[in-house]
Ligand binder design. Structure first.
Ligand SMILES: [Fe+2]
Length: 254
């Protein structure tokens, strides 16, 4: 089985994963963390975090968020695993590079980490904040290059932040360089569902996008949730308004 969840922040938000321990998982089961796993945060904490995450008993794959030690991550050995380039953090723990397409159980995942830290003014460069957090043109180029090999079609998209449309029109937050970078996905990529983290709440945005934090989604072939026709209509109208440069009323989601 493949599971997906949001930010875990080292041991800070780890407890939500305890429910997975009870499932007697094997390394043929996979947990994808949509950024801010922060397993690589400091050399001192790494052994503790590895013990903790290894205790779940499945293969762990994470994209980077904005709260990661990029110096540590980038010094991990580079490997190809399940069709994607990754940093091997431990025997069964991997960091997926931005723009890579992972294949698990016959399903494909466009993985594209990175995000902007709104709290960076309170953080110390190269101790608790790294400039590599932002999504770059190079990351998008890598994604486009890999997407071209699969006719721009994947089953799932996994990112840390989301695109500017969702940030501005659904959440009413400020857009930034990284959310702008992700705007190509809805224009260019055919996908079934997009999961992202970063915002520290769980919310089903529409029939194709879900924000994850504490929730753990088990991927099976069922529709992740049902959404009313009215909400879908409102979303479509809102998207049209956004494309025309107009701002819609906030979308009310259950
Ligand atoms: Fe976070």
């Amino acid at each position: 089985m493949i599971y997906i969840t949001g930010d875990t922040h080292g041991d800070y938000d780890f407890d939500k994963l305890l429910s997975l321990k009870e499932k007697n998982l094997s390394y043929d089961d996979y947990l994808i963390i949509a950024g801010d796993a922060a397993i690589c945060w400091s050399k001192e904490e790494l052994p503790h975090f590895l013990n903790l995450y290894n205790s779940i008993g499945c293969t762990i794959l994470f994209i980077d968020g904005n709260h990661e030690n990029f110096e540590m991550l980038n010094n991990m050995p580079l490997v190809e695993y399940k069709g994607a380039l990754m940093h091997k953090i431990d025997e069964h723990i991997f960091h997926i590079l931005r723009g890579e397409i992972l294949t698990l159980e016959g399903k494909t995942f466009l993985c594209l980490g990175g995000a902007h830290s709104i709290d960076k003014a309170y953080r110390t460069p190269y101790v608790s904040w790294w400039p590599e957090e932002e999504i770059t043109e190079h990351d998008i180029d890598n994604a486009r290059c890999n997407l071209a090999k699969v006719n721009n079609k994947v089953d799932y998209v996994i990112t840390h932040c989301c695109d500017t449309f969702t940030v501005m029109n659904v959440f009413r937050f400020r857009k930034d360089r990284s959310t702008d970078m992700l705007s190509f996905i809805d224009r260019e990529v055919e996908y079934k569902h997009w999961y992202f983290g970063h915002y520290h709440f769980d919310r089903k945005i529409d029939k194709k996008r879900t924000c994850l934090y504490q929730d753990i989604v088990a991927l099976d072939d069922k529709q992740p949730f049902e959404i009313s026709e009215n909400t879908l209509k409102t979303m479509d109208e809102s998207m049209d308004n956004f494309d025309e440069g107009k701002v819609s009323k906030p979308i009310k989601l259950k």
